[in-house]
Design a protein around this ligand. Structure first.
Ligand code: BGC
Length: 712
């Protein structure tokens, strides 16, 4: 249906609605929350706007009742399908967003979005609360695993790609979240105040959200936090003036979980729910996630004239338009996609490819590829821990109240992957230790000795360590980013046996690796790698696949030296802490492979341009190795002299190229002077005349520089 028809349909329904029906459209409820009475009322009368965390066949009754109601407007079913439809046991569970971001591969990420949306639609649902477009710059924050990393350009491109994928089948709406600044909360604290200014918001934090609007993302979610003391939930500036009016967002905004209640209970902004709800809607929220008191509060406020009907109508109009675009206003239930596609082989193949590309080789002293070994010891607590491998937002961490599906048995842990990839070798496994070190002393000693015995007889040891769910996620911020428990000791003692030690990290966020490094011949970073992670890791270790992952986020030397993201300002007074090295041991953009890419000097077609003009920058890259590989070519810039401080480098573009062994390829970027700007103190975007440094890099550590002049 075209936009005009959708709008007309929404308008007709809106004109037939009572106040109560309108406000019901603006509410989303979950059965899990403390809302039983209201939940049952709406389930029976079929007028509620939305439900969340309802799965599969459970949608049937809700729909039946909605189609029998006066308006025949079904609810929109929202689900946290943030790396696959992972709250459903049988669905394809992809690597986490952070892991996927290591691919820097927009086509793959779009495919993941499409597969996820197809499985969500096959399960009868129509709204994914994804992608997370928060910028992951404070590694202490518990939700780093949910981000696409630390850089606005990379996040914008991957965000737009996954939204494209989600919305491709026309049956599912994406949700850009959490708007705005959530990840930047002071101290990395979940749901707290951030001190970003509007200038900085425009320069960095708004960019991925603008990309989401431009991609046609149908919904946005309001963050829990506040900016400089103003709760986002009542920020007319950010929700209405910037998002809806300036960026032109035409979908609807849903709050995060109980934002209205938080304004009363946690943020001390309102005495009553009535005021919180009215102010929240006036500011620009269109739907309340949970906060059951919202219904009565808004109905009463409207009756008493404390909120205008125009504001309510505008919110409902936005919701109905999205429903119309998803084909939900046709008065009858559409046949969902066949459930057979959920977790099917074809989808798992996409998942496998995504996992291969999501894995980053951080260190290799020649131990990899491990082409053959008669006996391999697979050690470490995360070699068999499916929960740790999945990470957050699966049926483990957010269980559905009615788990009617059995978990699939195709999930590859690293142990299973190594066993399959090295089917001719003898594989022995021992846990060695726990991640948290919370076992009793006797068990701890036994585990360690079993692992050392296993290692003693092996030709090579793959030690799989990292973190577990208790150390990641919402409300689980972490002050010390160390490798916990006896995990480093395990690696060290195995190395002391004189063994080749390949460390595989399965973890939700960058950790301090300095203490581990001397004992690891190779380090493979997999983050939370989903169903196929173990097979992808094993085939990469074996050399059946080549590594191509690049870090979307910088690793810290020390938790005390945060932040460590790459695009900071110069540090012109002392330039570093006296006790910690500067920068990052494994920075944004870094990653090794079995290929060796040698860069020529970059060349500009024109070296002087006027504002508004574009030119081409080319660089020749040679694969000086015996292995075909994928290189991620990164283009950064810096305004050499600028009225405002500028980061040492800012990524403006990247391209991937596959180069066969021994061959060369020329990669060409379009350099648009419009991209070389900054926001001045009045929040105005400016591109100054003068010299700009352009940097080309394949690893975030080594740069080839060339100067472009922008004339007056
Ligand atoms: C999270 C959101 C999520 C919502 C619904 C909130 O706690 O912040 O990201 O979509 O819950 O589960």
């Amino acid at each position: 249906m075209n936009t005009q028809d959708c709008y007309a349909k929404a308008e007709r329904i809106l004109s037939e609605m009572s106040l109560e029906e309108k406000v019901a459209q603006m509410l989303q409820l979950s059965e899990k929350a403390d809302t039983k009475e209201l939940f049952d009322k709406f389930k029976a009368d079929g007028t509620l706007g939305s439900y969340l965390h309802v799965l599969g066949e459970e949608t049937g009754d809700f729909l039946e009742n909605a189609y029998q109601s006066k308006l025949k407007v079904p609810p929109i079913f929202g689900i946290d399908a943030i790396h696959g439809h992972a709250l459903l046991k049988s669905a394809t569970i992809f690597p986490s967003q952070l892991a996927m971001a290591c691919s820097w591969d927009t086509d793959m990420v779009e495919k993941v979005g499409k597969v996820t949306a197809d499985e969500v639609a096959a399960d009868g649902l129509n709204w994914v609360f994804s992608p997370v477009l928060c910028i992951g710059r404070d590694l202490r924050w518990g939700r780093i695993d949910e981000t696409f990393g630390e850089d606005a350009e990379l996040i914008s491109r991957l965000g737009a790609a996954i939204i494209r994928g989600y919305q491709k089948n026309g049956k599912v709406a994406a949700c850009a979240k959490h708007y705005l600044g959530y990840g930047e909360a002071t101290g990395g604290r979940d749901s707290y105040d951030t001190e970003i200014t509007e200038r900085k918001a425009r320069e960095i934090f708004l960019r991925p959200f603008k990309a989401a609007v431009d991609e046609g993302c149908m919904t946005f979610m309001t963050a829990y936090g506040s900016i400089d003391g103003e709760s986002l939930t009542v920020s007319h500036r950010y929700l209405t003036e910037i998002l809806k009016e300036e960026l032109g967002f035409d979908g609807f905004v849903v709050t995060d979980w109980e934002n209205f209640i938080s304004m009363v209970r946690g943020q001390h902004l309102f005495e009553s729910m009535d005021d919180a709800c009215v102010e929240g809607i006036v500011a620009g929220n269109d739907m309340s996630m949970n906060s059951p008191d919202f219904y009565a509060a808004l109905v009463n406020a409207a009756r008493e004239g404390r909120i205008s009907m125009d504001i309510i109508d505008n919110a409902v109009r936005r919701i109905l338009r999205v429903k119309a675009r998803l084909g939900l206003l046709d008065g009858k239930r559409e046949n969902p996609l066949s459930r057979d596609i959920i977790g099917c082989d074809e989808h798992q193949q996409v998942n496998y490819e995504m996992s291969v590309k999501s894995t980053v080789l951080l260190k290799n002293n020649g131990a990899l590829p491990l082409t053959d070994a008669k006996k391999i010891a697979v050690l470490g607590p995360n070699a068999t821990d499916v929960r740790a491998q999945y990470g957050d937002w699966t049926y483990f961490s957010h269980p559905n109240s009615k788990p009617h599906e059995t978990a699939k048995d195709c999930t590859y842990t690293v142990l299973k992957g190594i066993s399959e990839a090295y089917s001719d070798s003898e594989i022995i496994y021992a846990q060695g230790c726990s991640v948290l070190g919370d076992e009793d002393a006797q068990t701890s000693e036994r585990w360690m000795n079993e692992a050392l015995d296993a290692a003693a007889g092996a030709d090579a040891c793959v030690v799989v360590i990292g973190d577990v769910l208790k150390q990641n996620g919402e409300k689980r911020d972490r002050a010390n980013l160390v490798i916990s428990g006896r995990q480093i000791e395990l690696v060290k003692r195995v190395k002391e046996l004189g063994k080749t030690v390949i460390v595989v990290l399965i973890n939700g966020k960058p950790l301090e690796l300095g203490e581990l490094e001397p004992y690891a011949d190779a380090i493979v970073e997999a983050f939370n790698s989903g169903d196929m992670g173990g097979l992808a890791i094993a085939n990469l270790i074996k050399g059946k696949e080549n590594f191509s992952g690049r870090l979307p986020i910088s690793f810290p030397y020390s938790s005390a030296a945060l932040p460590c993201y790459y695009n900071q300002y110069d540090y012109w007074h002392g330039s570093k802490y006296v006790d910690v090295p500067k920068g990052s041991p494994y920075p944004f953009g870094f990653g090794l492979s079995y290929s060796n890419f040698v860069y020529g000097e970059p060349a500009l077609k024109e070296t002087v341009l006027k504002r508004g003009e574009k030119t081409e920058l080319s660089v020749e890259i040679t694969n000086d190795s015996a292995n075909c590989g994928i290189e991620t070519v990164q283009l950064y810039f810096r305004d050499k002299i600028c009225k405002m401080l500028t980061p040492v480098r800012t990524l403006i573009d990247f391209k991937q190229v596959t180069i066969p062994a021994g061959e060369s390829s020329t990669v060409t970027f379009t350099v648009d002077t419009e991209r070389l700007g900054y926001y001045d103190r009045d929040c105005k975007y400016c591109v100054d005349a003068g010299e700009f440094a352009l940097f080309i890099s394949g690893d975030g550590k080594n740069f080839k520089e060339i100067t472009l002049r922008v004339a007056e």
